[in-house]
Ligand binder design. Structure first.
Ligand code: AMP
Ligand code: GLY
Length: 423
């Protein structure tokens, strides 16, 4: 069958790479794709939110399955748009519908869902401009640090963590006054959870679910986890501190009630759920739901998956997801992200990049584009170099060796991916 992957980052390059090995695949398209997907897939110059053009392209090219990489088209309702079209309703769009995508699109909606279904998460309350006094009173009841979250999508920047109560109150006022536009009209204030984060992934058809490999994302720009938060500077899978007892706890206390909650609330869900977790004193709490795979987590979880991803979607389409046998390599996969100097603040794009062939590794393009037949940087995160081996140190050595061959002006990467946060 013909498949279209939506997106242009490292996650989508990895998804396309995985799709390319499916026994069910005929032709592979990526919209808009990047220089990394160019060649083994057909890049199509259509934006991920241009639903009309995507539908037109899908019909003309006999696309039977669309895999949505980023959250934005899901929150904007791409699944509903295709389901409602007379000619597009039979195209399988992998992702939740608009209502279910609110699990990522609205923090208030997600917290309410967790509370309703008794899913462990930080204590919270939501406020708006008209309830500022109550919001300040609630802050007074909490201990520092204070966690303020813009309700809506804010490009990964909508969470502020402040150590000082007065600063937290000021930041709160700025948020409801439009610091993140409409996204912070409602602000979720929650208790700070002091623990270790990890990323957990399931695929569900709304009834059954398949557990994918878990991963640890290194979010801070600086080594030893210092400096500003980024989209992710590297990842490892499996997660050394997530033993089988912890994974069982997560499935019982979080995955099962989440899937049961979707069903009970009659929320349609056919897609990935990325559960951002904080492990506090050996107990898992949900920090957030995302309605898509993670980036750079996808660059380590898909290399570990031996079984056919497209087959999983096709079985789920015919209500046979429980027949899918996932096969996961016991090896460790790592990815190291190469970013532009200055990221996550201001950085330059358009830098020429030399991209030599990697050996024993996988190179995923995260933010690149063609410029007159050359490849240039086109984002903060530029390239992800993934490798697998029977232990993490070996896998990291392969990634770093390959990075040694790459160059562009002001390139930066963390040399301590795999850094042990649990000690
Ligand atoms: P989010 O956008 O919800 O993933 O939040 C961004 C980051 O803020 C998370 O990855 C955590 O590092 C941190 N964070 C969010 N909520 C909390 C919390 N309740 N306690 C501690 N850290 C948090
Ligand atoms: N790496 C975190 C995310 O994809 O949201």
């Amino acid at each position: 069958m013909n498949v279209l992957v939506l997106g242009s980052g490292g996650r989508e390059h990895a998804l396309a790479w995985k799709m390319a090995s499916s026994k069910h695949l005929s032709k592979l398209f990526v919209a808009p794709g990047n220089p990394g997907t160019f060649g083994f897939a057909n890049n199509v110059n259509i934006g991920v939110n241009d639903f009309v053009a995507l539908a037109d392209f899908a019909l003309k090219n006999n696309i039977e399955c669309i895999v949505v990489g980023p959250e934005n088209p899901l929150v904007e309702g791409i699944v509903d748009f295709f389901a409602e079209g007379e000619h597009t309703k039979n195209i399988l769009v992998v992702g939740p519908n608009k209502e279910s995508a609110q699990l990522e699109g609205s923090k208030d909606f997600a917290k309410d869902f967790m509370l309703r279904h008794k899913i462990p998460t930080a204590r919270y309350k939501s406020f708006s401009k008209s309830t500022m006094q109550a919001a300040c009173d609630f802050l007074d009841t909490l201990q520092a640090p204070y966690v303020l979250k813009a309700d809506g999508l804010a490009g990964g920047k909508g969470v502020l963590i402040l150590t000082d109560l007065d600063h937290a109150k000021d930041a709160l006022k700025q948020m409801v006054d439009g610091k993140f536009g409409n996204a912070s009209e409602i602000v979720v204030i929650e208790e700070f959870l002091d623990g270790i984060e990890m990323s957990y992934f399931v695929f569900t058809d709304g009834t059954d679910y398949v557990i994918l490999p878990e991963a640890k994302d290194y979010k801070r720009i600086g080594e030893k986890d210092t400096g500003l938060n980024t989209g992710g500077m590297g990842a490892v899978s499996p997660v050394p501190f997530a033993d089988s007892e912890m994974l069982a706890k997560i499935e019982d206390r979080i995955v099962k009630p989440t899937i049961a909650g979707l069903k009970k609330d009659q929320m349609k869900y056919f897609g990935f759920i990325f559960i951002g977790l904080m492990i506090v004193d050996n107990e898992p709490f949900v920090i957030e739901y995302n309605v898509r795979l993670g980036d750079p987590e996808t660059e380590v979880i898909l290399p570990r998956m031996n079984s056919d991803l497209l087959e999983m979607f096709l079985l789920a389409k015919t209500n046979k997801l429980n027949e899918y046998k996932i096969s996961i390599s016991s090896d460790t996969a790592v990815t190291v992200m190469i970013v532009s100097g200055g990221y996550p603040e201001d950085y330059q794009i358009g830098r020429p990049i030399s991209v030599p062939a990697v050996s024993d590794a996988l190179l995923f393009h995260a933010g690149t584009k063609f410029c007159e037949n050359n490849i240039v940087s086109n984002g903060g995160r530029v390239l992800a170099v993934s490798a697998m081996a029977d232990n993490m140190q070996k896998a990291l050595a392969i990634s770093y060796q390959n990075i040694g061959k790459m160059h562009f002006d002001e390139m930066y990467f963390r040399r301590d991916i795999g850094f042990d946060l649990s000690t």
